[in-house]
Design a protein around this ligand. Sequence first.
Ligand SMILES: *[C@@H]1O[C@H](CO)[C@@H](O)[C@H](O)[C@H]1NC(C)=O
Ligand SMILES: *[C@@H]1O[C@H](CO)[C@@H](O)[C@H](O)[C@H]1NC(C)=O
Length: 305
Amino acid sequence: MNQTIKRRIGGTTIVACLIFMFIFAIINNLPQYEIRTSSSAEKEILDDIGIAILVDWKLKKAMEDLISGMLPSIKHFKPMHIVLFSESDVSSDYQRRVRQVTNHTIHFILIEFNFPKDFDVNMPSPVKKSNRRSKWGYMHMCEFWFKHIWHNPLTQKFRYLMRFDTDSCFLNQKYKLEYNDSLVYLHGLFTWEGAYITDLRKHILDYVSKYNIEPKNPAMFKVIQDNPSKLPMYYNNIEIVKIAFMLKKEVQHFTDYMQATKGQFLYRWGDAPLRYATLALFSKPTEITALDLKGSYKHSCNGGY
Ligand SMILES: *[C@@H]1O[C@H](CO)[C@@H](O)[C@H](O)[C@H]1NC(C)=O
Ligand SMILES: *[C@@H]1O[C@H](CO)[C@@H](O)[C@H](O)[C@H]1NC(C)=O
């Protein structure tokens, strides 16, 4: 008698459990779909750090520089992914030659430059005619490094991105990639921009007061505040950037705000003073540090600075 009751209770419990698990699985499955997509996207991470290079309009020179200078100079790096962004097609012959000189994995990515919304392309360019291939090419490149690169699907397959120029290289094999998870930015040398900064400081300060921003890096912000005729920047032809930082909501908000001013096109604002401002507002002092290049980085490799 006792046994039967026990068995019956046991049976009911098991059935109840099954029903509960079934409902739980259904409910749980709905929101989990999203979680699964994002974790499967995470699995597509190619590497912790990749190298990004924007090939400018002197395509042939860029390829020759890569083949003879840049790529051989990083052969001591662990095997890496190197992403070559360019606005025009790299011939299959150059693709083959580039891949021949290196064991790193090379990706050739075609990009398309677009103008800011409602931009009047007929207005005068802020860059002198002698200094350019196309009227807006330079401004497009600056905007790419300020905003668009962080949204590229391939970029997002790395956690950090090291930027490099086609004509840069390392002269000896002393430099090793060194960064850690607590850092969002590793910077090059500090300098000032005095030329192409029309209204830039004003827009940064306007943004801070309009949105009540409390700069996370007060010392860096003070340098912006205290110098009305020039703006601080780090040379960023070499830099290591945490991608998740650039994609943070507040960083994107600032980026979009600055982009909406069209200042990069109207006044040729460089991406370097914009990067400095971004770091001053949104990165903590402990999150940024200088690249320790051990004196071996050279830009440009074939002479120049
Ligand atoms: C690529 O790796 C192989 C095997 O380690 C090595 O023999 C070769 O020299 C490397 N090539 C380059 C271009 O570094
Ligand atoms: C990360 O690197 C910075 C700068 O070199 C250093 O100050 C910090 O202690 C490092 N943090 C960790 C967790 O290694």
